[in-house]
Design a protein around this ligand. Structure first.
Ligand SMILES: Nc1ncnc2c1ncn2[C@@H]1O[C@H](COP(=O)(O)OP(=O)(O)OP(=O)(O)O)[C@@H](O)[C@H]1O
Ligand SMILES: [Mg+2]
Length: 461
């Protein structure tokens, strides 16, 4: 995020005023940049948003009120302090109504000016991005999770993270490890669904050579690999009853044996488990051992689905746009207010992972322009995220604008090209799938400026 906490921008066409204000602001230990015109400041605000803007009401190019209006249309929210030499009351009332923080008539007392700036900084940091390690959010639900991580991380307590798919359970597990006394030792993840049943015991506890067919040499298990560190048992709700009892034993007795060996080893690991299942229901249905549930559920952290904390969407979206544009090497696109509203209007069954994926596609397709999101109608399947027009979409106005048609064509071509690995001609090529002549397809790809992303750009699709 480009939010610099104590950077003040001053815009005044009078160089002596600019310099005097800059000296004053610096004397208060704050950092300052000065600008002579509205155009200069508008250009600077594309790269950075300061904590506060000190704005001369009568600038040579456009007046301060007009500049305030332009910032609002660009969705740039900064506390503004207006300066005027004329004490123009009607203008000040309009500026205040439009959200300006204060209105100072020159000459003013230095101390009063600095106090107004300090108030402005407090206001801008009140809405500050909450970034706790890699966890972004400012909703009450997110703050509660962050608070729980802070409390539990330094202890050795077993943690159970419960939440729908894509809500950030793994991220939370990583943060717990990173903030624990075990951070110098490994964090080992076991995906309980991906280990075949008959290999589970050996996977967790290791085995010795000859313990079973195929055990050609000794093998260290995950408990041993995580010694001194954290063992993250992901998708714990999926393990079979037989494996549940084996896990219960090691949790109770804090020791285990490698398969095929008598020697008992001490398990020095901190357990963090996660599941998207309702484990209490699983217990009630007899599918999950109650005693294991209580062993694991020492410190539960419940992660709310994204649809219940939509106020986090603007922050997350801004974060992903910046991150992905940089990672993908794409020009930075514009996330508009309408775009954010569209994102907030959707229910996100795949939660933050789905949000990230939708933004990744939009960043690739935007080519540095405005971001457009093709979101499925709420309630339809996640896999349909990238389809074109939808039947029965009540929000369709009955016709499409030129730019909307281009956007849809671009999305459609991109989807097919990804599907064929950018093969255009021949059997199973994109032209054949589209029922189109290959040279026509090549012409359209060029016309729409579609480019093949670098191979790692689409990781996760
Ligand atoms: N609060 C957050 N801030 C920033 N990124 C987040 C946040 N929560 C999740 N993510 C990102 O969303 C994606 C999914 O998160 P993660 O893998 O931790 O979810 P999960 O709950 O473990 O999902 P699953 O149940 O499917 O395994 C990751 O790319 C992660 O970095
Ligand atoms: Mg996960």
């Amino acid at each position: 995020m480009n939010q610099s906490v104590s950077q003040i921008y001053v815009v005044d066409d009078d160089i002596s005023v600019r310099e005097a204000l800059a000296r004053l602001i610096k004397s208060a230990g704050l950092s300052v940049k000065t600008f002579a015109t509205a155009q200069e400041i508008l250009a600077a605000l594309q790269n950075e948003v300061p904590s506060c803007l000190v704005l001369d009401m009568l600038l040579p190019d456009i007046n301060g009120l007009e500049l305030q209006r332009q910032l609002a249309t660009r969705d740039i929210q900064i506390p503004i302090i207006f300066l005027t030499g004329h004490g123009d009351i009607p203008m000040s009332v309009r500026a205040m109504k439009a959200g300006a923080l204060n209105f100072l008539t020159k000459p003013f007392h230095d101390e009063y000016f600095l106090e107004t700036i300090r108030n402005a900084i407090t206001q801008s940091t009140r809405n500050e991005v909450v970034a706790f390690g890699d966890i972004i959010g400012q909703s009450r639900a997110c703050r509660r999770v962050i608070n729980q991580i802070e409390i539990v991380a330094p202890t050795d307590a077993t943690v159970m993270i419960l939440g729908e798919t894509g809500t950030g359970k793994e991220l939370i597990a990583q943060e717990i490890h990173r903030r624990s006394g075990r951070r110098q030792k490994p964090l080992v993840r076991v995906n309980c669904t991906s280990i075949p049943k008959d290999l589970f015991e050996s996977e967790l506890f290791g085995h010795v050579r000859g313990a079973f067919t195929g055990a050609i040499k000794d093998r260290v298990g995950r408990f041993e690999a995580a010694a001194g560190g954290t063992l993250f048992l992901d998708e714990i709700g999926e393990i079979s009853p037989g494996l549940q009892s084996k896990l219960l034993r090691v949790l109770q007795e804090k020791c285990y044996e490698r398969v095929g060996e008598d020697r008992t080893r001490r398990a020095d690991v901190r357990i963090v488990a996660a599941t998207n299942r309702d484990l209490q229901k699983e217990v009630a249905a007899g599918r999950f051992r109650e005693d294991l549930f209580y062993r694991l559920n020492v410190f539960p952290i419940i992660v709310a689905p994204l649809k219940e904390r939509k106020e986090d969407i603007p922050l997350l979206a801004t974060h992903f746009v910046e991150l992905l544009a940089e990672q993908l090497g794409c020009p930075k696109p514009r996330l508009t207010k309408a775009g954010i509203e569209a994102l907030q209007g959707y229910d996100w069954p795949g939660n933050i992972r789905e949000l990230r994926n939708i933004i990744e596609r939009a960043v690739i397709l935007s080519q540095g322009g405005v971001l457009n999101f093709d979101l499925p109608a709420n309630g339809s399947s996640v896999d349909q995220t990238f389809l074109g027009p939808r039947d029965g979409d009540q929000t369709e106005p009955g016709f499409l604008t030129e730019s909307e048609m281009q956007r849809r064509e671009r999305n459609n071509l991109f989807t097919v090209l990804q599907k064929t690995g950018w093969k255009i001609k021949g059997v199973d090529g994109a032209a054949e799938l589209l029922g189109m002549n290959p040279s026509t397809l090549i012409y359209r790809i060029e016309k729409l400026g579609l480019k093949r992303p670098a191979p790692d750009c689409l990781a996760g699709y």
